[in-house]
Write a protein that binds this ligand. Structure first.
Ligand code: NAD
Length: 311
């Protein structure tokens, strides 16, 4: 059985651990620095196993050494947004946490694929890459799968069609500048541009962009976690089972799409080594400009981190 460590046993981490175990993808180690939290969450989840019919393990630990030899390490450690906070407000707090966690990953799981979840996502993936020194393909960020599933849900509701028949592709940085691509969205192959007016598509795109903030405004004390955990699980399954699916993920670009040295959301082929291939689509001028603008937003945050000497 494969081994997956989830660092951070808060809302996203604990839910991800449960989904991974329930789908029998891997045995899971759940780690958190808060005394007892990972143990408690692990024990609670595993006691559902007889009823939910899974025989994979979930163990909790404060001790990072338990992640030893993990095939995949998912990083959800850090603070989540509360109302009025942008993902970038989390920058300083989470950069320090992610640096510390990444050093532990390099020490105990040097051959793992690292899936970053903590925000600001594309920048935290960059921090993890720098601190671990991992090969570029072994660090990947989760954002596009979540943003795309939100878009798919909104499309299905609008069109009154089966949600499983929808496909969508959201590129760019995981922030307000993300780039949903309506011409790549379909219902079982039928382009949504044939089914919906331009105005309606624009409204759904806008709701997708603000999908995270909409949930934060209701929850007030934290941010979304059911759909994010489902998105992480989709990626982890793809890596553990070497499924080679094409999914929108945050990957380190070296000139693709005209972007150099940054993590930005693009379609990638995801397999057992992480980012097996970056798929370079031909974008329209408008789409390309939106992607470059989104990448500059990511670059701006990295520059802030450099000014603060946090990287
Ligand atoms: P949460 O507050 O519920 O959980 C975070 C956990 O991290 C806490 O239990 C905390 O004790 C732990 N932690 C802090 N420092 C740690 C360290 N050094 N080592 C180990 N654990 C540590 O938050 P959440 O809702 O689970 O969100 C987690 C992160 O994921 C946030 O940064 C959030 O913004 C991000 N997120 C990203 C996406 C995405 O699409 N990429 C979606 C949802 C949430």
């Amino acid at each position: 059985m494969a081994k997956v460590t989830v660092v951070g046993s808060g809302n996203v981490g604990a839910t991800t651990a449960l989904y991974i175990a329930e789908k029998r993808i891997a045995d899971v180690v759940l780690v958190d620095i808060m005394d007892g939290l990972a143990h408690g969450r692990a024990l609670d989840s595993i006691q559902a196993a007889p009823l939910r019919h899974y025989d994979t393990q979930i163990v909790g630990a404060e001790d990072f050494s338990l992640m030893k030899d993990s095939d995949v390490v998912v990083v959800t450690a850090g603070k989540a947004r509360t109302p009025g906070m942008s993902r970038d407000d989390l920058l300083q707090i989470n950069a320090k946490i992610i640096s510390a966690v990444s050093a532990e990953i390099a020490r105990y799981a040097p051959n793992a694929v690292l899936v970053m979840v903590s925000n600001p996502l594309d920048v935290m993936a960059y921090v993890a890459l720098k601190v671990t020194g991992f090969a570029l393909k072994r660090v990947v960020g989760m954002a596009g799968v979540l943003d795309s599933t939100r878009f798919r849900y909104f499309l299905a509701r609008e069109l009154n069609v089966y949600v499983g028949d929808t496909t969508a592709l959201v590129l760019g940085g995981h922030g307000d500048s993300m780039v949903p691509l309506p011409r790549y969205a379909t219902v079982n192959g039928v382009p949504i541009t044939e089914l919906l007016s331009k105005d309606t598509i624009e409204q759904l795109v806008e709701r997708t962009r603000k999908g995270g903030a909409e949930i934060v405004s209701y929850l007030k004390t934290g941010s979304a976690y059911w759909a994010p955990a489902a998105a992480v699980t989709e990626m982890v399954e793809c890596i553990v089972r070497d499924k080679m699916r094409i999914l929108p993920c945050s990957a380190y670009l070296r000139g693709q799409y005209g972007i150099e040295g940054l993590f930005v959301g693009v379609p990638v082929k995801l397999g057992k080594n992480g980012v097996e291939e970056i798929i370079e689509l031909t974008l329209s001028k408008e789409e390309s400009e939106a992607l470059i603008a989104s990448a500059s937003a990511v670059k701006g945050i990295i520059e802030k981190l450099e000014e603060m000497r946090l990287i």
